[in-house]
Design a protein around this ligand. Structure first.
Ligand SMILES: Cc1cc2nc3c(=O)[nH]c(=O)nc-3n(C[C@H](O)[C@H](O)[C@H](O)COP(=O)(O)OP(=O)(O)OC[C@H]3O[C@@H](n4cnc5c(N)ncnc54)[C@H](O)[C@@H]3O)c2cc1C
Length: 392
């Protein structure tokens, strides 16, 4: 029991390397000077999501942890975290950061860890150069938190498979070229019944539905995908047949940590903005920061940021040691997503009525942050997983 409760708590090194500092600065500048401006011109401003994707590729963003052989940057986990924190600090468009994160952690990472050499050679260079948009598809109308209860089936036929079913709430579905689709290959439910397949969005039997309207993350499209007798060759299978759960759980350890890494930058930006506002805005002949209620709110924002950063870097460190991080990644996801929403609300409150104005960008952060408690496993599911890891 003592091990479960305190494992990896004391194994830390707090110093940032020169590489991490340089990456943080590099991606922060890219986010501020290039990505935010481009993202704001998507649609009406004559910029397409593919233009943004290609620009990010020029900067190595799609292949942060992809080996250099395939055109990636080959960063370590903690170096990738530093780059993503910088990106979130510089780029104010959370939707575009989320869409790219979804590709990186739900498609690219599973291929790095489980793809054959031919699959890696076929997809990773095109992911890295931005010519291909891809995403992972697990959620179904009747399989959300209960992610193994899949009704989409992949039935063995003529040396390949036939895929039938429907996926919902899939990030980038309306724009993606490829999906990593999880489907049941065995009628028995359970760990060995799921497999993962590479499916092209434009192949026969794939119907991509209209984009779903949502509350936030505007630049990240979302949609449903339907499969009707969609024929797959045997080499569409990633990993082993029945090995889908291993892929899912490995990818989730990364996704739950790294998809929220830009949130560190967002929270840092909010904190700095709130301190400045509390120092300059005066009421009752005092700067707002003189009022303890305001100052304490800002202290809570700082505490959330630092706690979030420590938990994320702990997972990165564990991954670099090749160690599992199921409990630690669930703790990190839970903390960062809850912190992001609370701090986004605090930032709005500290700015008063002005904070409610769209032009200030603070209300947008709140709407975007609500999603963080839902995707990659809800906060309740993270708590369930942590409780189970504690033997409860
Ligand atoms: C912005 C966004 C992007 C997404 N992108 C993708 C994607 O790219 N690919 C993909 O496959 N999916 C994606 N999803 C789907 C996401 O993974 C699911 O929404 C999530 O897993 C929850 O499933 P659900 O929506 O069906 O909710 P449900 O499972 O129906 O849950 C509803 C509520 O009940 C609670 N609940 C359920 N079971 C339990 C339990 N055992 N104990 C306690 N509480 C419980 C939940 O926490 C939640 O509050 C995305 C979702 C969002 C919001």
């Amino acid at each position: 029991l003592a091990e479960r409760v305190s494992e990896s708590v004391l194994e830390v090194d707090f110093s940032a390397t020169n590489e991490q500092r340089a990456l943080e600065e590099e991606f922060s500048a890219f986010g501020r000077e290039v990505l935010t401006k481009l993202a704001h011109r998507i649609g009406g401003g004559g910029v397409s999501i593919r233009d943004v994707w290609r620009e990010c590729a020029q900067h190595g963003l799609h292949g942060l942890v992809v080996d250099q052989t395939w055109g990636g940057r080959g960063l370590s986990a903690s170096a990738a975290l530093a780059a993503l924190e910088g990106l979130g600090y510089g780029c104010t468009d959370n939707g575009i950061l989320f869409a790219m994160g979804a590709q990186q952690w739900s498609f690219t990472l599973p291929l790095i860890r489980f793809g054959t050499h031919a699959q890696q050679a076929g997809y990773l260079p095109r992911i890295c150069d931005g010519s291909l948009i891809a995403t992972g598809a697990i959620t179904e109308p009747n399989a959300g938190s209960d992610s193994l209860a899949l009704e989409t089936t992949a039935t063995g036929a003529a040396g390949g498979y036939v895929l039938n079913g429907r996926k919902t709430l899939i990030t980038s579905a309306p724009i993606a070229d490829w999906f990593l689709v999880f489907a049941a290959t065995d009628s028995d439910s359970g760990i060995g019944s799921t497999s993962a397949f590479l499916v092209a969005s434009r192949q026969p039997g794939v119907i991509v539905h209209e984009p779903l309207m949502k509350m936030g993350l505007a630049a990240a499209d979302m949609g449903d995908i339907e499969f009707r007798d969609c024929r797959l060759d045997a080499d569409a299978l990633v990993g082993e047949e029945g090995g889908g759960y291993a892929i899912f759980s490995t990818a989730m350890e990364w996704e739950r940590t790294f998809i929220l890494a830009p949130a560190l930058g967002t929270m840092r930006r909010q904190l700095e903005r709130c301190i400045q506002h509390a120092q300059t805005r005066r009421q009752f002949s005092h700067p707002l920061g003189d009022f303890q209620a305001v100052a304490h709110r800002i202290v809570s924002m700082k505490l959330r940021l630092d706690t979030s950063r420590l938990l994320l870097y702990r997972v990165a460190w564990l991954k670099e040691q090749g160690r599992p991080a199921a409990q630690e990644s669930a703790l990190a996801k839970l903390q960062v997503s809850e912190a992001l929403l609370e701090s986004s609300l605090d930032a709005l409150q500290i700015h008063g009525g002005k904070g409610y104005l769209v032009r200030e960008g603070l209300e947008c952060d709140v709407r975007d942050a609500v999603a963080a408690r839902l995707y990659s496993g809800t906060s309740e599911i993270q708590r369930n997983n942590i409780a189970a890891s504690l033997g409860l």
